[in-house]
Design a protein around this ligand. Sequence first.
Ligand code: NAD
Length: 253
Amino acid sequence: MPNIPHKVVIVTGAAHGIGSAVALAFARQRVGVVAVDIDSEVEALTRSPPEITSDHLWPVQADCTSTRQLSHLVSEIQLRWQRIDVLVNSAGGFGRWAETADVDDEEWERMITLNLSSVFRCSRAVIPTMSKQQSGRIINIASQAGVTPNPYAPSYVPYGTAKAGVLGFTRLLAKELGPQGITVNAISPGTVATARVRALRDTASLQTIAQQNPLRTLIDVEDCAAAALFLASDAARHITGINLNINAGSVMV
Ligand SMILES: NC(=O)c1ccc[n+]([C@@H]2O[C@H](COP(=O)([O-])OP(=O)(O)OC[C@H]3O[C@@H](n4cnc5c(N)ncnc54)[C@H](O)[C@@H]3O)[C@@H](O)[C@H]2O)c1
């Protein structure tokens, strides 16, 4: 297990799926995890594994696209723990496939706000604290869809565009914040069969993805959590501006 010297970790989108696994993985390391989600279900995290107590996991219901709510959240963390060592931006996703001609302005802007602007706003909210500390790690959950069009998916341009933006944002922010001792990296998962994705894909399409990639498997939420632990660890102290693809080899770039 990597050595995680960090003390306070914010994970967004922590009520479900990848964010939930990331939050629990950090909490098992006995750091303080602020598990943020718009869904009040995030409270359920503290009831899951018995070894995780409220000393290590603090669920907070907040909207990661709201600058006002994020500013309030950072003030609360300052009062409780006085520092922020890691931010994992996992809030995001989409709920349907659609050709671009069928996407209206409202849907486009909602997708860009949730999947790209939230990453900017959450990162901006923690920068003053991390800069003051002269240390910090920002880890963005991007997507294979932001690297290249998914070979096994119907069209959905707004999400892939937002995630491509997250990858660009990651590199630009890594350059800006490097002198302040802050690293910024991305993780790009391939398809993970979270409940959200199961609502979008039938079992046959998930089997196709597993059968056609080089490792003949589906990646899972724990693969993403392990990558986040690594990027937050001492072992990754000189890694910044990268995108870590986790996709069983389905896309190699
Ligand atoms: N599952 C996949 O196949 C896959 C692949 C690549 C990337 N990703 C990315 O990983 C992340 C998690 O995906 P997932 O499949 O676990 O989805 P999920 O729906 O299971 O989890 C997303 C979480 O974000 C929360 N959320 C949504 N809007 C929010 C907001 N405004 N503020 C705070 N929280 C909000 C949701 O309530 C939910 O708990 C997303 O960014 C997604 O784009 C997922």
